[in-house]
Design a protein around this ligand. Structure first.
Ligand code: NI
Length: 291
């Protein structure tokens, strides 16, 4: 049976006050099983690598080491069956309840934290990653584990109320602009962090300004999570904001994405075929004219 997810007023009040929310179930155990198989296949194939959509958040793989925190951006592009899930439908309904009219699906992430070596996800606010000049909007992320999420395997942790303050100072992880991850280097009370342990198919939901992190995976099983992000209605921003920590940020995945685009992306092969046909036709025409 699909769990009924109705956000009551107490859920809304909790989200407004704390900036995050925990649900025991957002989808069925059967769907979690199905998603786990898809995720394991996508990560084994490193789907999206050449497009720059598959990368190691902490950059270890670009230094020739084992990936410590692999992610795939928009995995639905590589596994179309992900388009049709209970999770997606419920998550959209919840996001709309939290953000109001005009809420739209924004992007999604598949995250794989390997057994024993899976790296911690540093403290950050999702909004610190944003470069979207000219518009303002709220955003929520709905994070669903595909096995239990515990302190030992790297469940989410939140700083309640941090969404009510500004975007704090961040930098690229370890000060290295080649790393995709950002880390918050501002002052905040890390001791007030609240871990959000979950059963498989539960959900941790947070606002784009809520400070969050996830621990290392110290267990013998991988920790997989599926995140759907939603954007609320947009309005014109009074100023064009550019966070200094995004200036000069350049990851290996960005370079792969640009190389893929320059080759013409998915249309590249077809376009190259048309170009070579055109060249052959031109040569034939010249020969005909000369002949
Ligand atoms: Ni985040």
């Amino acid at each position: 049976m699909t769990p009924t997810v109705q956000l009551g007023n107490e859920h809304l009040a909790h989200f407004r006050e704390k900036g995050w929310l925990r649900l025991d179930a957002i989808t069925t155990p059967e769907e979690v099983e199905r998603l786990r198989v898809i995720f394991d296949r996508l990560f084994a194939e490193r789907a999206g690598w050449k497009q720059g959509k598959s990368f190691d958040l902490v950059g270890a793989v670009d230094e020739g080491k084992a990936a410590l925190l692999p992610q795939i951006l928009n995995p639905v592009e590589f596994a179309p069956e992900l388009a049709d899930t209970h999770f997606r439908g419920k998550a959209f309904a919840i996001a709309t309840r939290l953000l109001g009219e005009g809420t739209v699906p924004w992007f999604e992430h598949a995250i794989f934290k390997p057994a024993h070596i899976g790296a911690p996800t540093p403290w950050h606010q999702d909004e610190a990653h944003r470069y979207d000049p000219g518009v303002e909007y709220a955003q929520v992320s709905i994070w669903m584990p595909l096995q239990p999420a515990t302190v030992e395997n790297g469940c989410m942790s939140y700083i309640s109320g941090s969404h009510l303050g500004p975007v704090l100072e961040h930098r690229s992880l370890g000060g290295d602009p080649k790393k995709a991850a950002l880390e918050c280097i501002d002052d905040f009370d890390r001791s007030s962090a609240e871990p959000c342990e979950l059963p498989p198919g539960g959900a941790a939901i947070h606002h784009c300004r809520t400070l969050h992190s996830a621990g290392a995976n110290t267990t013998g099983e991988p920790r997989r999570a599926y995140v759907l992000a939603f954007r609320g209605a947009t309005r014109t921003a009074p100023e064009q904001r550019m966070f200094p920590w995004l200036e000069g940020k350049r990851t290996a995945a960005t370079e792969r994405a640009e190389a893929w685009e320059n080759r013409g992306g998915v249309f590249g092969k077809a376009a190259r075929g048309v170009a070579s046909f055109a060249r052959r036709a031109t040569r034939r025409l010249r020969r005909t004219i000369r002949g």
